[in-house]
Design a protein around this ligand. Sequence first.
Ligand code: KG4
Ligand code: ZN
Length: 345
Amino acid sequence: MRVLGIETSCDETGIAVYDHEQGLLAHALYSQVAVHAEYGGVVPELASRDHVRKILPLIDQVMAQAQTSPAQLDGIAYTAGPGLIGALMVGASVGRALAYGWQIPALGVHHMEGHLLAPMLEAHPPEFPFVALLVSGGHTQLVAVQSLGDYTLLGESLDDAAGEAFDKAAKMLDLDYPGGPHIAKLAERGQPGRFTFPRPMVDRPGLDFSFSGLKTHTLNTVAEHAGADGLPDEQTCADIALAFQTAVVSTLVIKCRRALEQTGMRTLVIAGGVSANTQLRAELRSALEKIGAEVFYARHEFCTDNGAMIAYAGCQRLLAGQREPLGVTVRARWPLDSLERINRS
Ligand code: KG4
Ligand code: ZN
């Protein structure tokens, strides 16, 4: 089965062709970062308009790269939520219209299921069951994954998502959006131990997260050391970036360990934009080694939003026989644990 994947839930247009026998045939991403840069965050209306401009040329390009004609496609998968409603509508209506024209099925995919399954595209994929840590700009969730579509929420952020916290901390340090990669880069020059930031909620039982206290602590530290231009000196900014990143990473590591112990599982999958973070990957690897567990993640470009993960997830569901009515339905909010469990023999 060969599936065209379309991702338009936020500020990147991602397109891919995945074949369940041959693997990923082609993929491309157009990032709108430059469009939103001057606003310090994603402007939903601008995002929708840019998806409209880029989606069809990108589909043409990827189909050509994959040497795939419409007649060779068996289905189209598009992100149906959660995300920005206007942006989602672009991918959903194009996906549905093309599928109708080409007389193949189309399926709406859950964006976080896409992230969660992205490590399956790697040469050494994880095996079920596993615990997934989903850390993106909009979500921080720990999920017990028994099989495809069988997801139980173990814990989540009570306020900001981990990626959102990175973005806000970056803004305080006058770094560009999205802030995660910029904080990570600045943190490389940070002096370990100069600041120690609080690890929110680690001394309380349970698997929920909270990042708002850490955000306030970061803001206060920036203000305390600010010079005439409102910012601390360069080295202090790097030290703050490192202290902030270390606090987020340790919190995530502690909760992941706890989730593995609680479920008795030995495999952890990390997915979503923040899973690209090098310090997070390294600290998880060494913490998990100690308890005989292993961590899996996608290659860098498939940690953040992309079409490949949507093509893959849609392909699995189409292979299992899942079909949907013709209507274009998208959802800004969509609980991951409400998905249909799929049985593939
Ligand atoms: O999954 P994603 O591309 O989009 C959403 O579904 O939200 O995640 C984007 C988030 C942003 O908040 C970004 O700052 C963060 O992932 N991010 C990172 C890194 N790369 C991206 N955070 C920390 N370290 C990184 N290297
Ligand atoms: Zn995402």
